[in-house]
Design a binder for this molecule. Sequence first.
Ligand SMILES: [Zn+2]
Length: 525
Amino acid sequence: MPAAFFLAPGLIDLHTHYDAQALWDPSLSPSCSLGVTTVVAGNCGFGIAPNRPKHRDLLLKNLSVVEGMDLEALRAGVQWSFESFEEYLVALRKAKPWLNMAVFAQHSTIRTAVMGEDASHRAPSTYELEQMRHEVARALRAGAIGLASSFSPNHSGWQGAPMPSTVADHQELQSLIEVLGQEQRGVFMMATGPRVTPEELASFHTLTGARMFLSTVLTMYNDDKPELGLSYYERVAALQDQGREVYIQTSCQPLSFEFNLLDPYLLYSHPSFAGIKSADEAGKRSHYESEAFRKAFKQDLKNPAVGVLFSGRWDRIFVGHASHPKVQRFESQSIAAIAACCGQDPVDCFFDLALMDGLQTEFLAQLFNANDDGVQPLISHRAGLITLSDAGAHLKFMCDAGYGLHFLGHWVRDRQAMSWSQGIARLTSEPAQRYRIAKRGRLELGCWADLMLFDPIQVGISPVQRVSDLPAAPGHKPASRLIRRPQGLAGVWVNGTRVFDGQQSIDGLVGPGQVLDQFHWGMQP
Ligand SMILES: [Zn+2]
């Protein structure tokens, strides 16, 4: 027995993508066993409501790519009992989530509801834009926690089409954000990429009064440009000093992606991959074999677009799991090291290995936040808000749902980046306050009993594990996903009901979570 356990408020995870999963897995696994008691979904403007029946499959196809979810699992798992955002919240309540859940109004989903197949390809007409504004207002009145959008170059959907919001212009974006001001409700969250600057978000704050939260890999620590991430934090802090409410969503873990060349999502932002996004397996293979393709990819890497996930750091791509014995002997080595050893260009080395392995090789990419000394100033910075787990998404490639336990074990205990009470506040009362989530994130009389009990000596997370438990059509094999397990976590309670007992989540539980729907500006957090 440890000398003492710590009882803390449950974690508030502001950046998840549980929109679809909540309908087939109300436990919101694995977050329910990782200390989280409240989640926010609909981030980056992706989700499933509002919808028109004829566009539903398109929504799922887009989600399957941009959020790395198995399409057949989505088709088998989502029961469409809702069209409007309001009806979606009703469906969520009926599903009885284990954790408290709030949902954003979603730019891409609303664009699809109004514009259908055209949503990824053109600007809206004046009438369509008016419809979109109307849908944002409806969602806010129904209880959305705010509006979310993305201009990220890394967000592409089905067959490589851009996610709908990423083709919008600034005028459209501003016009939708204005609805927050008119309704006096909600915050604005955006995967900005390089197209929207902190200063522009500050001007949206001045215009509307809504709090602004940005997420982009440009704010993460990157060995290639060690000053860049921190410079964003300094810019945002300067804006805060002028009274502008802008914050950066901060990731506290190395951003690592597992991927193979059958589904190289990570590389899709390079123009040379345009033809690969929609190719079948044989088509992909012939691309990878072709000299012309490799030449084009090498050219892309000489001059990568700003904000893309992979910019040519082959020393950060590792061979994970391989099938062919000739490739297996390179497991755990970086492409840069293997290429140097074989006297090959890394691009050729990468494709040759994968082809030799029937494209089965699982690669591991550790692209951002891979250097603790570089990350520490970011996770302690007042311009940031600790979140960005992406829980419920990128299931094939990664699992950062345990970001909070990692933060406590790694940053607070091992590196002593801050005190325990500061660390716990960063994960609980700070996010609750910034997003106006009332009566949560604190252990106080009158607050809800969202709690976690942990051993400070043990707290942390396991390495990723693969489990095959996604929904499947009858007679089909369930698809797999990556999860993590907690270390040193003794219990989690949501609204006073225990959902995790230190070993496992509680069997047969009727979810005690609430669907949160009160976020107007007059309320007290
Ligand atoms: Zn996201």
